[in-house]
Design a protein around this ligand. Structure first.
Ligand SMILES: NC(=O)c1ccc[n+]([C@@H]2O[C@H](COP(=O)([O-])OP(=O)(O)OC[C@H]3O[C@@H](n4cnc5c(N)ncnc54)[C@H](OP(=O)(O)O)[C@@H]3O)[C@@H](O)[C@H]2O)c1
Length: 301
């Protein structure tokens, strides 16, 4: 897959921004910001990726998050989990130590609502802003610049970042106060967990009944059973292909965030809890890096 696909950008005033974390998601997201005309300084823990990014998109790279963040009006990040996020934000070399008063930190990591609230409070104490802004849409959404971004934070900070984030997104929405973006992403993952298990059972059932499942999926995807997972993953599930997409290891991280939050808020999520254990089975089979649609492998003889 190319690192970014071409798209047309809404015209926004060019800003100085930083991007921390050039992984599967961050690399194309930062690329779209550069192509939209912003002056981008990147930081990546493994410097070779930052050098390769600059060779492709221009801009500059910095040795620490603090240096990357120094002149930026907005600092974007997309790293792995809560601890990774703290490690690029806090401490002497962290972004908060370098950011100027009034600058905005936008976190696209899928992390806990707690870490979002914690960093929002620290930012506020330093005269900075923090917006939690996890994304949905996967690698293809990042490459094509059509992610969905769910934000939590203050209206003023959100208003300042919405159009800029539009460089890599088709929807950027404030859903509530600090942590609300992460909670909305948890809702998204609860939907996906149950849905992928249902789709797995449906395909495995149809195959046991000797149906032409690609034909059946074509038919039923025009009716009420249609879903993004059916459209984009159904046929590869029939073929048993999983070496792409959103990794099971990431899904387990996301479901553990859901289960922790549900313990706190008292919500009952029985299907999500069971599917989390099913994903643990997939990991035991060596499928940690397989796409989440590999849930169907548990149902094969
Ligand atoms: N992939 C998807 O389809 C998808 C979809 C939606 C949401 N997400 C979420 O987006 C986030 C990033 O996913 P990804 O697929 O881009 O992951 P990834 O390819 O593994 O990239 C992770 C990035 O974070 C950096 N990083 C990790 N730990 C770090 C630390 N302690 N200090 C500094 N940098 C650190 C990595 O640096 P190195 O290069 O040095 O390892 C890398 O740049 C995750 O929270 C994931 O759940 C992913």
């Amino acid at each position: 897959m190319a690192s970014v696909a071409s798209k047309s950008y809404e015209s926004t005033p060019p800003l100085k921004v930083a991007f921390l974390g050039l992984g599967v998601m961050g690399l194309p997201m930062a690329g779209h910001l550069a192509l939209a005309g912003h002056s981008v300084t990147v930081y990546n823990r493994t410097p070779a990726k930052a050098e390769a990014w600059v060779a492709e998109f221009g801009g500059s790279h910095a040795k620490t998050p603090r240096v990357a963040a120094q002149d930026a009006q907005i600092v974007f990040a997309c790293v792995g989990n809560d601890d990774d996020l703290r490690s690029v934000v806090l401490g002497d070399d962290g972004a908060f130590a370098g950011m100027k008063q009034g600058a905005i930190f936008v976190d696209h990591t899928t992390a806990s609502a707690n870490v979002a609230r914690e960093l929002y409070d620290v930012a506020k104490g330093l005269g900075l802003h923090f917006v939690d802004a996890p994304v949905s849409g996967g690698q293809a959404g990042a490459v094509n610049g059509v992610l969905t971004v769910m934000c939590g934070g203050e209206q003023g900070a959100f208003d300042s970042i919405r159009d800029v984030a539009g460089a890599f997104a088709r929807a950027v929405t404030l859903v509530g106060g600090p942590g609300a973006g992460q909670l909305a992403k948890m809702v998204n993952q609860i939907c996906i967990a149950g849905l992928v298990q249902g789709l797995s059972e449906a395909i495995a059932f149809g195959q046991s009944a000797d149906l032409d499942m690609k034909l059946v999926l074509d038919v039923i995807s025009k009716g009420a059973a249609q879903s993004w997972q059916m459209e984009n993953r159904g046929k590869t599930m029939v073929d048993g292909k999983f070496d792409f997409g959103f990794a099971v290891d990431w899904m387990r991280k996301d479901l553990s965030l859901v289960l922790d939050e549900a313990r706190r808020n008292g919500a009952r999520v029985p299907v999500t809890a069971v599917v989390d254990q099913f994903y643990a089975d997939v990991q035991k089979q060596g499928g940690g890096r397989w796409d989440t649609s590999s849930l169907i492998t548990r149902l094969k003889a």
